[in-house]
Design a protein around this ligand. Structure first.
Ligand code: DAH
Length: 327
């Protein structure tokens, strides 16, 4: 090996480059992609014992540098520029960078966050992969309870059950377990349900979840907050609270908005059930809270007067280009 390297060294040293043909054959012989002598030495490195490999690596690299030096020397003496640079044509028009736009659901998300930050809410995120306790049990939805069927679930593992969260209410549990009240919290994110027949016609949609816990929170605070949200989004709008059932709130209500002379359901809400507070070690004798959850897709549809909810995820650039968020 040493002899071989000496031979190559000498060859490099004494080779005289007189023409560009010489240059090419010199470069090809030593650094050619397949048959270059130095290229082959590099490839053979892996067969050399691990102790010698590093040293040889350095030596071969030096050979390569010698070759490059010689080539560079010849080129600069003869005023030959790099071929790549020669190909550069300054008259070709540049590539234009197209300005992107923000997805309508993200615009809506940002608007809702802005609205709630103004009234002292904190924005938090939570995981999309949840365990059974955070998604169901702690929210007062025990196993075998029929209300589990309201949300057809995608399970990733069984026993222990790990699933794609079916609603953002799991974030309530995560937050309440970690911090002590009072707090006002908003979260927005993707949720997953196996619902091919629902109006979402999709296995994924977005929800906003809000909750407020303090010593004197009442249903009228909830009503006022919902009213504030809806008027901030729509200007004047007619809404109604309709009694409903959710395992994690008592009393519970659904909120409908008058749209095209029809009542459209937009959110669920209620006073947080004392059982839920107990599950996260908050004393329901001292603290009260309200919570709400709303679907982002439908709300966005109404604001932009769109007809079909599936359009959000078609990735049609003609649709997506139309949206701008005014900051
Ligand atoms: N988690 C409910 C759902 O996905 C929505 C909801 C209803 C959230 C009432 C709440 C609430 O926080 O209080 O259907």
């Amino acid at each position: 090996m040493d002899k071989k390297i000496d031979k190559i060294k000498k060859y490099i040293k004494y080779f005289h480059i007189k023409t560009s043909d010489d240059l090419n054959s010199f470069r090809g012989k030593l650094l050619g992609k397949k048959k270059g002598i130095i290229t082959i030495l590099f490839k053979e490195l892996k067969d050399i014992s691990i102790y010698k490999r590093k040293n040889y690596g350095i030596i071969i690299n030096e050979l390569k540098k010698e070759v490059q030096k010689k080539i560079f020397h010849y080129k600069s003496k003869n005023n030959i520029q790099n071929e790549k640079i020669l190909k550069y044509d300054p008259t070709i028009p540049g590539k234009s960078i197209e300005l992107g736009s923000i997805h309508p659901l993200s615009i809506m998300k940002n608007r809702i966050i802005d609205i709630f930050l103004k009234i002292g809410f904190t924005y938090v995120d939570g995981p999309e992969i949840e365990d059974d306790w955070h998604n169901f049990t702690a929210l007062n939805i025990p196993i075998y309870h029929p209300s589990r069927d309201m949300q057809d679930t995608f399970f990733l593992y069984k026993n222990p059950d790990i699933l794609l969260r079916t609603h953002t209410s799991s974030i309530q549990i995560r937050y309440m377990k970690k911090y002590s009240p009072p707090f006002r919290v908003l979260s927005i994110g993707k949720v997953y349900r196996n619902e091919t027949i629902s109006s979402h016609s999709n296995f994924m949609f977005h929800q906003a979840e809000g909750f407020y816990i303090d010593k004197k929170v009442s249903f009228s605070d909830l009503k006022q907050t919902v009213h504030y949200l809806i008027t901030s989004l729509f200007g004047k709008a007619k809404i109604r609270f309709r009694p409903s059932y959710f395992p994690f709130t008592e009393p519970s209500a659904e909120v409908d908005i008058s749209y095209n002379n029809k009542w459209l359901e937009i959110m669920g809400c209620g006073m947080i059930d004392p059982e839920v507070l107990k599950n996260v070690n908050i004393d329901p004798e001292i603290y009260y809270g309200f919570a709400f959850g709303l679907g982002i897709e439908r709300l966005t549809l109404m604001i932009y007067h769109m007809k079909d909810i599936r359009i959000y995820f078609d990735n049609d650039i003609r649709f997506l280009k139309q949206f701008k968020y005014e900051f």
